[in-house]
Design a protein around this ligand. Structure first.
Ligand SMILES: Cc1cc2nc3c(=O)[nH]c(=O)nc-3n(C[C@H](O)[C@H](O)[C@H](O)COP(=O)(O)OP(=O)(O)OC[C@H]3O[C@@H](n4cnc5c(N)ncnc54)[C@H](O)[C@@H]3O)c2cc1C
Ligand code: FES
Length: 276
């Protein structure tokens, strides 16, 4: 695929996850492009709504099936609002995959803690899916999800399935729980005390609002987890995804090329500067 030009992709399935979140299952229209496409969990595609614009969206499906690419999209503005109108049978532009994904090969044989906050759970869903589909290759799996309000929690059924898997712990929290919220009410970092994490063999993958990630890094460090074993996915507005335009610049790094996944020591200097 030409990295500068979107290829056509067919929408083969559309799932409405919540009033403002939907998932598109995409299949590249050209068989040659389809056969050549491969990706790693944590990478993203640039999806192009014809005549409107292009946005970076994480790939949440598993790399064993690169022919069907799942993208879960939250409606926030002009392009995503337009994409929400697309139906099965219509086409969208797709170029990618871009960026550096999660260190899943490195995580083999380790305990894995996956932490996600707010509405930014799409990038880590790919890592959760990867680990759960290859469960015996990994040690203990801990999944922590924090949301502002109970209504923001997507995929309750999936959390229940993950919680039933062997050697897997799922912890959920909401700042505002509501009457039927059975899990923790409060900040996501408050559930860290309930985990059974062995710091020396745990690798952390997280994404979410930067304030939450900052607080989580402090709490994880206090529990003895090495900085080099903490990975996070960063988000910035993007245009080219090719390291050319500078829109995603984060200090010396371009998030589209060196990220979106970084080891914490790689971003630590800027991460501690609020508002950067
Ligand atoms: C690597 C990467 C992966 C992403 N993966 C997903 C995903 O899987 N699912 C998903 O729903 N979204 C994802 N996003 C965010 C998504 O790209 C933006 O929501 C989208 O570009 C918004 O476009 P829009 O035209 O609909 O909104 P706009 O009209 O451009 O913006 C609406 C509002 O959202 C803000 N905004 C736009 N883009 C971002 C951003 N990247 N970060 C923070 N605020 C932003 C704007 O400042 C504005 O306030 C990802 C972003 C990056 C960088
Ligand atoms: S989006 Fe253009 S340099 Fe990263």
């Amino acid at each position: 695929m030409n990295p500068h030009l979107p290829a056509e992709a067919d929408i083969v399935e559309r799932i409405q996850e919540s009033p403002s979140v939907f998932t598109l299952r995409l299949r590249l229209s050209d068989p040659a492009a389809r056969g050549a496409y491969c990706f790693a969990p944590g990478q993203f595609n640039m999806l192009y709504l014809y005549g409107v614009g292009e946005v970076p969206i994480s790939i949440v499906s598993d790399p064993h099936d690169p022919e069907h690419l799942l993208h879960t999209i939250r409606v926030v503005g002009r392009v995503t609002r337009g994409m929400a109108e697309l139906q099965v049978g219509e086409r969208i532009g797709l170029r990618g995959p871009y960026g550096r994904g999660w260190p899943l090969q490195q995580a083999i044989g380790h305990d894995v803690l996956i932490l996600t906050g707010g509405l930014g759970c799409a990038p880590v869903v790919s890592a959760i899916n990867y680990v759960t589909l290859r469960r015996s290759s990994f040690g203990r799996l801990t999944i922590i999800q924090g949301v502002k309000h109970a209504d923001d929690l997507l995929w309750r059924d999936r959390y229940a399935v993950w919680a039933d898997m062997p050697d897997t712990q799922v912890l959920l929290s909401a700042d505002h729980g509501g009457p039927v919220w059975p899990w923790h009410v409060g900040l996501v970092t408050e559930v860290f005390g309930e985990t059974h994490v062995a710091p020396e063999r745990t690798l952390v993958m997280m994404c979410g609002p930067e304030g939450m990630m900052r607080a989580s890094v402090t709490a994880l460090r206090a529990r003895g987890i090495e900085e080099g074993n903490i990975y996070l996915s960063m988000e910035r507005n993007m245009q080219c995804a090719l390291g050319h335009c500078g829109h995603c610049q984060y200090g010396p790094a371009f998030i589209c090329r060196q990220g979106p996944v970084f080891a914490y020591p790689e971003v630590k200097a800027l991460f501690d500067v609020r508002g950067f």
